[in-house]
Design a protein. Structure first.
Length: 367
């Protein structure tokens, strides 16, 4: 009997020692007696004596103007700070920014930056089943409907069951776009908050918890945006490796050219793969103007070496230029030129068409 009681007592002691409420884990452990300490006057040194030197190494800095003086003792949460994570390529955060804000820079010209950000945010809300209370693209503001989540929190130490707390939040997203349109800041603010625990309802939240809520949802939006970018890049690479049909025609200037059945953003990187397989080395490029500066080296093993005899080569070794340009919504023109930017004649374009079209249509080219 005594042994049973001893074991039961030991288990109870371990349980009591190991149990702490969620609030206890958020606040500092130990005594709060230091809060009763009175501020001492500064040491006054008589004028005829030299003041002793003090190290400033452990000096406590003054509170900032925005600091909440009530956040002391048990009112001060000691959890790690909530940080905005700039996961997206071309994104960054500003040091010392008190609001939950992230800056995005334009890295993809397929659509305006502001449109890409709003589309990603709306996609995230839709996937999460969160409604939109109001949205004004012109005003650059979006307010969500209630975002309700259920969390398990620790019950009292004497209870073996956790309690469920329902938390409802509404957020306001605002977008600040620079005049040039290639940089934009997305900011989120907690607009409404309500937490229910049993029959109790809490509508107030501390400034620290408010920022934590804002940063949490902003990081989820950032993560979704990055996922969409990576997914689009994976699809783009797959599309680049797919074969593309080509026919002979003319560019916008009326010069003989190849017309590729793909948008410019797909045809441009595809050309780099095709040219390499055809025996060209790309020396320089200018994507904004669609120019490729290449050298045909006639290496053995290239496609064109097998098509021409040494007595009747259709393309001499040397430097050339290619002009890649949009030719409608879903087509791209490719114009071969000599090193002086003079377009090839129609008969040259026709002679080279077979090899060019065959490689362009080949699937799974090495990247």
């Amino acid at each position: 009997m005594k042994r049973t009681l001893a074991i039961a007592s030991s288990v109870a002691m371990v349980a009591l020692a190991g149990c702490s409420s969620q609030i206890d884990r958020k606040t500092a452990s130990g005594s709060y007696e230091y809060l009763k300490t009175k501020e001492h006057k500064t040491l006054e040194v008589p004028s005829e004596l030299d003041a002793p030197t003090f190290s400033r190494e452990f000096a406590v800095p003054e509170l900032g103007q925005e600091a909440d003086k009530n956040l002391v003792g048990k009112s001060l949460m000691v959890r790690s700070p909530a940080l905005v994570l700039p996961l997206v390529t071309g994104s960054h955060v500003e040091e010392g920014k008190s609001s939950a804000t992230i800056w995005f820079d334009q890295v993809d010209d397929s659509q305006p930056l502001s449109q890409a950000i709003w589309n990603s945010l709306l996609s995230y809300l839709d996937e999460q089943g969160i409604g939109v209370d109001s949205f004004s693209p012109e005003g650059k503001v979006l307010v969500t409907d209630w975002m309700v989540i259920t969390k398990e929190i620790d019950g009292p130490w004497y209870s073996f069951a956790d309690e469920e707390s329902e938390i409802g939040r509404r957020f306001e997203f605002s977008l600040d776009v620079k005049p040039h349109g290639r940089s934009a800041a997305l900011t989120v603010e907690l607009k409404d908050y309500m937490q229910t625990l049993g029959n109790d309802v809490v509508a107030d939240v501390s400034s620290m918890e408010e920022r934590r809520e804002e940063v949490e949802v902003l990081n989820q939006v950032i993560g979704h945006y990055e996922y969409q970018i990576q997914l689009a890049e994976t699809r783009r690479i797959a599309r680049i490796r797919q074969g593309i049909q080509t026919e002979m025609g003319f560019n916008a200037d009326g010069d003989p050219a190849y017309l590729v059945e793909a948008q410019y953003d797909v045809a441009w990187p595809r050309m780099l793969l095709v040219l390499r397989k055809l025996g060209f080395d790309v020396k320089d490029l200018d994507k904004s103007n669609g120019l490729l500066f290449v050298t045909y080296n006639g290496d053995q093993g290239s496609w064109w070496d097998g098509l021409f005899t040494s007595d009747s080569e259709l393309l001499e070794k040397g430097d050339y230029r290619l002009k890649v340009a949009k030719a409608g919504a879903n087509r791209t023109s490719v114009t071969f030129m000599d090193n002086e930017s003079v377009p090839f004649e129609a008969n040259q374009v026709s002679d080279l068409y077979s090899a060019f079209a065959e490689v362009m249509s080949e699937d799974n080219l090495d990247i």
